[in-house]
Write a protein that binds this ligand. Structure first.
Ligand code: NAP
Length: 479
């Protein structure tokens, strides 16, 4: 059982209101007992962050990178411990959780390497004897709010760039999955100066105080659109820089393919990993009518064969949903889809797993006969559910694809160059894949457009735009 309070200035706090987390596969099992941060704790964390950042920013960038690299190595050494904490609180299969730890370390190492490269420009001068430079400097103190679906990947996607670019960070992880964030903080002890990486524990109210606090120079939030709007408004009060990574209603368009099996394997993988609770999960399959029946049949066979169960057990492919609220929401969305006229060709109801009858398991589901105006075709479900929609023309496919408020990621399966070019030009998404699923690489910019995101993309070179400030410098030679 995990027992933690907030990690402030290198120490664990023991006071504050108690809250617990539960194993979603066995909700009667308490996994962790935590103490919420108070308003005073939060103020102290921000004060400590400012002090730590004032010293950290003076350390040469390469030396900072070395320290962060050692911290990342320490996390990698604790892969098993971190992965178990993810599965116990979030529910995903242990193998997937290990993969999440590996990907987090890979992305963090990329940020260490990028922070050693050029960070600015030499510009031509408009005046004699003057050299013009564009420099980037650390932003300051970053507040980070993360959801429960990736308990290490999302925090590390914020912690690594913040630190390598010379910032301090105060992280508020989801109250459903704090154990992993506490283990990250624990790994930083003795490797990073105290106050540089702090974790404050609590729920939405604490998060809202953090994002609106004075002394915070940038706010990076990953979560739902509804909460993202509140965070945007709160950060505006301080005119703090913002980065919002929000939801998606991602689609795979199957237009023509000479390897339908490979296409369906990629789609199923992208749709049902993490029980569909990935912002980049494929949630709609938009298929040309001539392939419609074959796609339904191929999806039904694959999805019907997925093994649902406790993520700690070998061979389980789909774990439980993370909490009761998510279970209720997925259930309600599917029921609404069925009432609207969709047909569940696989799944369509909670799953009963022997020995785990109280767990939040939902059957991997494929909904056919979905129309573009149905809620299941437009709203994020965030569960193991795919809606299949048929089309006759490419124009129609693009109109269905783009006819949602989200713009995170998309995939096309086609061998027709004309179709590929139009998709790359017209898919209204931050990330665009052709002939494979929607799982992103560890070195490519990650983000969305429309209601899926605001601000610089994370991962890779674009992260510097959020984690640093820009300065135009004019250096005149002494006469
Ligand atoms: P959520 O309800 O929006 O919560 C996200 C975080 O915000 C949690 O830490 C939550 O705290 C906190 N929070 C709650 N109320 C707040 C407030 N008033 N001000 C500031 N923060 C507040 O989202 P979720 O249900 O945890 O996560 C699922 C959503 O995240 C989905 O929409 C998914 O698509 C999105 N997501 C997007 C990306 C991306 O990169 N685009 C990645 C992953 C997930 P508590 O949990 O403690 O209440």
């Amino acid at each position: 059982m995990y027992e933690y309070g907030s990690f402030i200035e290198g120490n664990w706090r023991s006071g504050g209101d108690r809250f617990v987390t539960r194993n979603p596969a066995r909700p009667s099992q308490t996994v962790g007992a935590y103490r919420s941060a108070s308003g005073e704790d939060l103020a102290e964390a921000i004060r400590a962050a400012r002090a730590a950042q004032a010293l950290w920013r003076r350390i040469p960038a390469l030396e900072r990178g070395d320290l962060v690299a050692r911290f990342v190595d320490a996390l990698a050494e604790r892969t098993e411990e971190l992965a178990r904490s993810i599965t116990l609180e979030q529910g995903k299969p242990l193998a997937e959780a290990r993969g999440e730890v590996g990907k987090s370390c890979a992305e963090a190492r990329l940020m260490v390497a990028l922070a050693r490269r050029e960070l600015g420009e030499v510009m031509p001068s408009a005046r004699p004897g003057v050299r013009n430079l564009v420099l980037r400097r650390p932003r300051g103190v970053v507040a980070a709010i993360t959801p429960w679906n990736f308990p290490i990947l999302t925090p590390m996607r914020k912690i690594a760039p913040a630190l390598v670019y010379g910032n301090a960070i105060v992280l508020k992880p989801s109250e459903y999955t704090p154990a992993t964030a506490c283990l990250i903080a624990d790994a930083s002890r003795h490797l990073l100066p105290s106050g540089l990486l702090q974790v404050v524990l609590g729920g939405g109210e604490l998060a809202s105080h953090l994002v609106s606090a004075h002394g915070v120079d940038g706010v990076t939030f990953t979560g739902s659109v509804a909460t993202g709007r509140k965070v945007y408004a709160a950060a505006a009060g301080n005119l703090a820089e913002i980065s919002l990574e929000l939801g998606g209603k991602n689609a795979a368009v199957v237009h023509d393919t000479d390897d339908l099996d490979a296409a369906l394997d990629a789609i199923v993988n992208a749709a049902y990993l993490c029980a569909g609770q990935r912002c980049t999960a494929v949630s709609r399959v938009i298929v040309h009518r001539r392939l419609h029946e074959r796609v339904l049949e191929g999806l039904a066979r694959r999805v019907g064969g997925l093994r649902v169960g406790d993520g700690m057990q070998d061979g389980v492919q789909v774990g439980p949903l993370t909490n009761e609220r998510q279970m209720a929401s997925v259930r309600a969305m599917v029921e609404r889809g069925l009432a609207d006229g969709a047909r569940a060709i696989v799944g369509g109801a909670p799953a009963v797993v022997r020995g785990y009858e109280e767990g939040y398991f939902y059957q991997p589901t494929v909904l056919a006969d979905v129309q573009p105006h149905h809620a299941v075709a437009r709203e994020e479900i965030f569960g193991p559910v795919v809606s299949v929609l048929a089309y006759d023309t490419l124009d129609e496919a693009l109109s269905i694809l783009n006819g949602v408020e989200y713009g995170l990621t998309s995939a096309l399966f086609s061998n027709d160059q004309r179709v590929v070019q139009r998709f790359v030009d017209e898919s209204e998404n931050g990330m665009i894949h052709v002939n494979h699923g929607t799982i992103p690489d560890s070195h490519m910019p990650f983000g969305g457009i429309k209601n899926s995101g605001v601000g610089a993309y994370s991962v890779g070179p674009s992260a510097a735009h959020f984690y640093t400030t820009e300065h135009s410098v004019y250096l005149k030679e002494r006469p």
